[in-house]
Ligand binder design. Structure first.
Ligand SMILES: [Zn+2]
Length: 346
């Protein structure tokens, strides 16, 4: 592990500012931050202000899946992809306590890291934010009651935002959406339609209307991409030239969750899954028959729909491209409720 003296030596060598003077600046920095950071942490900040990048030497040491309960002095890096609500509580001795949980992930796994009391300010003052790449060092690992690995900073651990410090560090890690999907499952991002914004969300809503259309479009059998009709019954893929078109499904419908309505589009397997039919079956029916069949199976039913919400600039409204649709199943929903309760209570 890098010691304070190592930091001072490196900064002194690169800036020609004496260790004594650096020591003063570091103490001032620490008191400016009302003791929020350790001396080492303040030294990092001062070094950064002086343009000395210390973090390259102390880059992530371990992939997150390899962190095991019992490990000490853990150094790791990842993207912060979830911050829980800050909880204020009263300790048994009557003192006030605060805690917030942050979730950090990489390609291999994730860890939960609780921040206690003064540490909460790091989140509250947005020194680190959702989506930032953070470096954790000097932490220790234990197992929480859910069997997940949890890291604690303790007295000597440190947490830094390195988003801007290491060129390219930002793209080494999956996005917030990818991490949430991989590690938090559909529990995340459930939202009421009235609160929707562009991004990745899940809604629980009833299909109230189905848009009329062909419900089929032509795709390239090689790559699944769109195949345009070049001339009568001749189709072309941009990559594969002339191809024999294969029909794929698309459905567009309106859902209502009681707070608002939203237009949702589902393509290919997602469309087949939600309608419980297939493109090839549909292709044997005429347009009215298709509409009858599909509206009969969809309208009035409730679903959990996950997808990417985008602004349709032409109509100035939000629309969702569905990537997962589940027929609402009572037992599944109550399981989720139980999980949610467990999370809140735990
Ligand atoms: Zn193709």
């Amino acid at each position: 592990m890098v010691t304070l003296d190592d930091i001072l030596s490196k900064v002194e060598a690169e800036t020609k500012i004496s260790k004594d003077e650096l020591g003063e600046r570091i103490k001032k920095k620490q008191s400016d931050l009302s003791g929020l950071v350790s001396l080492d942490g303040a030294a990092y900040l001062v070094a950064k202000e002086l343009g000395v990048n210390l973090l390259n030497n102390e880059k992530r040491k371990i992939e997150l899946r390899n962190i095991l309960p019992g490990m000490r002095n853990v150094s790791a890096a990842g993207r912060l992809f979830k911050i829980s609500r800050i909880v204020d509580f009263t300790k048994s001795n009557g003192a006030d306590g605060r805690v917030v949980n942050i979730f950090v992930g990489d390609n291999t796994g994730f860890v939960r890291l609780p921040l206690w009391n003064d540490q909460v300010k790091i989140v509250e003052d947005e020194i680190i934010k959702n989506g930032d790449v953070v470096q954790i060092s000097g932490a220790f690992a234990n197992e929480n009651i859910y069997g997940d690995v949890e890291l604690s900073l303790g007295k000597y651990g440190r947490l830094f935002n390195i988003t801007d410090e290491i060129a390219g560090s930002d793209i080494e890690f999956p996005t917030i959406d990818e991490l949430s999907k991989a590690f938090l499952g559909p529990q995340t991002n459930r939202i009421l339609i009235k609160n929707l914004a562009p991004g990745s969300f899940e809604t629980r809503a009833t299909i109230i209307d189905l848009m009329r259309g062909k419900f089929l479009f032509n795709t390239c059998p090689e790559c699944g991409g769109k195949a345009e009709e070049a001339s009568d019954n001749k189709f072309e893929c941009k990559k594969h030239g002339e191809v024999k078109a294969k029909p794929a499904m698309v459905v567009s419908f309106i859902v209502d969750d009681g707070t608002g309505v939203l237009r949702v589009v589902a393509f290919r397997d997602v469309a087949e899954h939600v309608t419980t039919t297939t493109a090839s079956k549909l292709s044997k029916l005429d347009l009215d028959e298709r509409y009858e069949l599909l509206s009969g199976s969809l309208v009035g039913k409730e679903y959990i729909i996950h997808g990417r919400v985008k602004k349709n600039t032409q109509f100035e409204r939000l629309e969702m491209i569905a990537d997962r649709v589940k027929n609402l199943n009572i037992s599944e929903e109550s399981e989720k409720l139980a999980d949610l309760l467990k999370m809140k209570l735990g």
